[in-house]
Ligand binder design. Sequence first.
Ligand code: NAD
Length: 502
Amino acid sequence: MTQATFSDTASTLFINGRWEPAASGAVREIHNPADGELVATVSEAGREDAERAISAARAAFDSGVWANVPAPERGAFLLKVAVELRERREKFARAESLDTGKRIIESRIDIDDIAACFEYFGRLAGQSAGRVVDAGDPAVVSKIVYEPVGVCGLITPWNYPLLQAAWKIAPALAAGCTFVLKPAELTPSTAILAMQLLQDLGLPDGVANLVTGPGVKAGAPLSEHPDIDLVSFTGGLETGKRIAAAAAGTVKKVALELGGKNPNVVFADADFDAAVDNALNGAFVHSGQVCSAGARLVVEESIAERFVDELVRKAKAIRIGGPFDESAETGPLISAAHREKVDAYVQRGVAEGARLRCGGAAPEGEKFDAGFYYQPTILDRVERGMSVVIDEAFGPVVTVETFRTEDEAVATANDTIYGLAGAVWTQDAGKAQRVAGRLRHGTVWINDYHPYLPQAEWGGFGQSGVGRELGPTGLGEYQEAKHIYQNTSPQVTGWFADHGKE
Ligand code: NAD
């Protein structure tokens, strides 16, 4: 039996500096998707709880208890968060692996990345001064100051639970905002641990608040409530549309990080072995439950057969297993429902005429029976317009399309409503830059797949989202630019004549 990762499992809502149960008393059991074991029991928040959390965040923001702390001091607090995260790395990594089923080695990397994110925004907070504007008049002092946007509603998915939350929490705190976090209902544990850490480091009450619970009840108020100034959401396209529509009612600022259908474009002159290896990583790391997964292999026709044969050979050999199985290279899907969705997507592709080269089913064997595993799956002979090429599977599935010319490669890669990420493989530096410049995607890798940097913006073109996380723009999302214009020598303008007494 695995143990719960926090002590008071009946009270996991963090509101105004206190740990509370849901008003309804409801709880939810969290199970490890690798083996079905009970991992934790958490409070199941409803609308009333979310509204209580929003009030606490509003009161804390309006009091100035965090917004009025000088920005360099807020930055210093974030640097302390990074240090403490590294201290508690194993506890956080274990909790992340138990909730998601991902390998412990991946969770450790996630925690390191999360610490790096807090460090980046910690350093940036101290530098984000305003700027002086030349008004063209020596009597005028004009400046732009950056102020916190206010109370933020942060809604996050289950694939990188704390990483996605950190991309929002760190810049929100750096900017001086207060927030209510609503993590995915299946993976709340590291969010609970993160609130404990912030509390231990002395963040004032009400600045950080957490509601664990389902989207429609605990999450929806964050997009609707007039006391929320900004809603930042990472998750699926359809949920994102609902949140944007709800947020329009009170004209909130909206940031959306949605899905992707990301092309991995391989030219015939690419380093063959590196391109195959990275195509495998791009598609199958974390069983493809990655928003930037290279789910569309777009490969030059002259090498396609050899390339796909090699990819299939390697995909068949991938070792699947639970988070603490040291021989495993990838883990389960998040839930039974998600595995059904992925399988239905694959079967639809086959029915539409795609050829199944490997996978297409759960792996066989007793050790897989209690988990939601799915084999790495490759479909070739697909065509633009098929649902497997259009829709996001969010599982270990890659489709293969071919091209003959550079123009055709670009057209195929851009033929998606999404635009999150993509890659180009070629040893011709000029071609690499040309193609990268023409791809309508928020991140383009050349001769690599998946790296991201906290100091570089992340986000989507098209229906992959609105706004950017990370980088200076990621901080800007949580700030309002205010123009302060001072006339040091006020004059009568005479615009309206003095017409004397009536
Ligand atoms: P999801 O949209 O089902 O849920 C995401 C979050 O929204 C959860 O916390 C959920 O409870 C909440 N939610 C659901 N309905 C809601 C509502 N009506 N109001 C408010 N909140 C609501 O997504 P998911 O299945 O958890 O995550 C997978 C998706 O996330 C994929 O599409 C993936 O591409 C995307 N994703 C994108 C990025 C990125 O950086 N662009 C990163 C990770 C995941």
